[in-house]
Design a binder for this molecule. Structure first.
Ligand SMILES: NC(=O)c1ccc[n+]([C@@H]2O[C@H](COP(=O)([O-])OP(=O)(O)OC[C@H]3O[C@@H](n4cnc5c(N)ncnc54)[C@H](OP(=O)(O)O)[C@@H]3O)[C@@H](O)[C@H]2O)c1
Length: 262
């Protein structure tokens, strides 16, 4: 989902885009050799194991991509002398905050296995030692991938009533905006380090669904329910909002959503 938007945003800037068939980041020697041979100035790693519920039973598969894969790419970046952009998640934080998390808050213990694997990746990145930009993000949607907005549009076309969770808070983020801010950070005076890159504002899945239906012109009665009504394999945090205290400010999530739906 994000990779496709990066390809669009960096079009015409000498980008080489590789999918999993062309570059499997879990194959250490191949991945390093292939990346170094390209002599990149910048490497952007949008590859990840992203099945949050699946990770609960597929821990090794999640770690293979999200920890070992990241280590391989980071070592290749170090070898090539390239700057590396990598993406992580609010799930690296525990579910204990009521204000959200800053870039300099120490992550862990993660809220679920996927979060653990992404946190292991953050550490592997730092240990490998390339110049890196770690962009944590959340609640992504956009063209080309399974996401909440598309799911709501599909369900909204089928049903008149829907129950949606209202006790989890976050910042819905458009992949187009995340790709754009990646370019902004790389081309501006931003120091390497951790950034929290989410669209501005905080909402719940319930309010997000209401806004999706309002903008899309669908008449659906949305009923707020607790997370206990939708048991899932992986725990989700109640308030893991990513506070952006140092990076470029992204537009409000409602504006980004309106563009996506238009
Ligand atoms: N989606 C969210 O809500 C969310 C929230 C917070 C953070 N993030 C982070 O944001 C980044 C982008 O997420 P996304 O939603 O765009 O993910 P996505 O749509 O699931 O895309 C991940 C891509 O990684 C590829 N991939 C998986 N294993 C690979 C491997 N071994 N080698 C090379 N490529 C591999 C996948 O290929 P296949 O399609 O062939 O499997 C897929 O194209 C990830 O780092 C993710 O952890 C996402």
């Amino acid at each position: 989902m994000l990779g496709q938007q990066l390809v669009a945003v960096f079009a015409g800037e000498g980008l080489t885009a590789l999918d999993q068939n062309e570059l499997d980041i879990t194959h250490e020697a191949q991945a390093r050799e292939k990346i170094v041979r390209l002599k990149p100035d910048v490497i952007i790693n949008a590859a990840a194991y992203t099945d949050v519920d699946g990770a609960e039973t597929q821990r090794e598969a999640a770690l293979a991509v999200n920890e070992m894969g990241v280590r391989n790419v980071a070592l290749a970046a170090k070898d090539a002398g390239a700057r590396l952009v990598h993406y992580s998640t609010d799930y690296v934080f525990p579910d204990v905050s009521q204000e959200g998390y800053r870039e300099d808050d120490v992550p862990g213990p993660a809220v679920n296995v996927y979060g653990e694997s992404k946190l292991a990746g953050e550490r592997a990145l730092a240990e490998a030692g390339p110049e890196y930009f770690l962009l944590r993000t959340a609640w992504l949607y956009g063209p080309g991938g399974k996401n909440f907005v598309d799911t709501m549009l599909r369900l909204g076309a089928e049903r008149r009533e829907l129950e949606v969770v209202d006790d989890q808070h976050g910042s819905p983020t458009f992949t187009k905006d995340l790709a754009g801010v990646t370019r902004e950070i790389l081309s501006g005076d931003f120091a390497p380090g951790v950034y929290h890159t989410v669209n501005a504002g905080v909402t719940t899945w319930y309010e997000f669904a209401q806004e999706i239906f309002r903008v899309a012109g669908l008449t659906v009665a949305v009923k707020p329910v607790g997370s206990d009504q939708f048991p899932r394999p992986a725990r989700r945090p109640a308030y893991s909002v990513l506070l952006n205290t140092k990076g470029p400010v992204l537009r409000p999530w409602q504006e980004a959503l309106a563009e996506y739906l238009s």
